[in-house]
Design a protein around this ligand. Structure first.
Ligand code: NAP
Length: 320
């Protein structure tokens, strides 16, 4: 089936839904293709306490369901499909979906997000949201006064350890090598913290649960990467900070990206290297990565697309 739309939103996280809500309310009749994981990273989160507007903790999947319903109520056409290829060489942009449907779009908002890298060890996914996390800013608050571990040796791990050291009683940074690759200034701050310890040459082999009714992390099984020695460390929380992968494979060669595969947007806007194509949320942000910042850039993308269409129509009228 062939669809024509003034605005196609690709992705159904906070950025995509917010872009759709603003576009629908601006009478742009947006279409949104939700992708493989409608709701995005928040669907694998439990308690959310940092999304403004909710005095009590809410559940991530519930918040995303509300955003989806809101986008639909104001007039977004939803498609439970996956965009598999795009052609941004001329307008209208052609986007093909897994079902065989083709979307011809005057403007596109890319909001496909990013995924945290996980260690892939036993216990990690079962305890995700129950002591295991990939976001200190999101979940650190739940570990006030407790003992936590951060895994990784880059800027993310160093920053997460520093952030957590202001909340947790003690932070152990566990790295598989004997030095960090993060910026020197961050390392200096880390080494100066009295409640942060670095555990070098150590890999986490398993996240071990306690035997209570509700799943909870109890300890980490560790392996010394030099000697092979196995040990166990009692811990309340594990924060995996080994990088993120933006979901941009289908846009390679179509819009400009940085070396990490993130889509480059003009500072202060959501404009990409292709006029009429905008990017919002984690797919263009490797710094803040929050639901609220994603929603904010989703709003910006809808406003940018609306202005782009208005300027294009006005230029076309003048030329006619
Ligand atoms: P990163 O620089 O790629 O570092 C990933 C770290 O995780 C490395 O130390 C790596 O160890 C380790 N690691 C990877 N896979 C692992 C595994 N399976 N088990 C154990 N450890 C593993 O990722 P990042 O720190 O998220 O940074 C990503 C990009 O964002 C970088 O360009 C970074 O500079 C940037 N960033 C910047 C800021 C800032 O400017 N403030 C903040 C955050 C991120 P090895 O060294 O052994 O490979």
């Amino acid at each position: 089936m062939m669809h024509s739309t003034p605005l196609l939103v690709i992705g159904a996280g906070p950025a995509g839904y917010t872009a759709a809500i603003y576009a629908a309310r601006a009478s742009m009749s947006p279409m949104l293709v939700a992708g493989m994981q409608p709701g995005g990273q928040l669907t694998i989160t439990t308690d959310v306490e940092n999304y403004p507007g909710f005095a009590d903790a809410i559940q991530g999947p519930w918040l995303m369901e509300q955003m989806r319903a809101q986008a639909e109520h104001v007039g977004t056409s939803m498609f439970h499909d996956v965009i598999t290829s795009v052609d941004f060489s001329s307008r209208p942009f052609r986007c093909e979906a897994d079902s065989g449907d083709v979307f011809m779009a005057q403007t596109v908002v890319i909001a496909t997000g990013a995924q945290a890298r996980w260690l892939g060890i036993p216990g990690e996914q079962a305890l995700s949201g129950f002591g295991v996390s990939a976001c200190a800013t999101c979940d650190g608050f739940f570990f006030r006064g407790k003992k936590v571990a951060v895994i990784g040796g880059g800027n993310s791990a160093t920053e997460e350890a520093l952030y957590l050291s202001n909340l947790a009683a003690h932070v152990t940074l566990i790295h598989r090598r004997d030095s960090l690759k993060s910026e020197k200034i961050l390392q200096q701050r880390l080494f100066a913290k009295e409640n942060i310890t670095c555990l070098w040459d150590t890999a986490v082999e398993e996240a071990l649960p306690d035997d209570g009714k509700r799943p909870a992390l109890r300890a980490l099984k560790l392996r010394n990467t030099r000697t092979g020695a196995i040990s166990e460390m009692a811990i309340d929380g594990m924060f995996v900070a080994i990088g993120h992968d933006p979901a941009t494979a289908i846009f390679k060669g179509q819009v400009a990206m940085d070396e990490g595969g993130y889509i480059i947007t003009e500072p202060g806007s959501t404009r990409t290297s292709v006029p009429g194509v905008f990017a919002a949320g984690d797919v263009q942000d490797h710094i803040y990565r929050q639901a609220v910042t994603a929603a904010g850039t989703g709003c910006m993308a809808a406003l940018d697309a609306e202005r782009f269409l208005a300027a294009t129509h006005s230029a076309e009228r003048q030329a006619a």
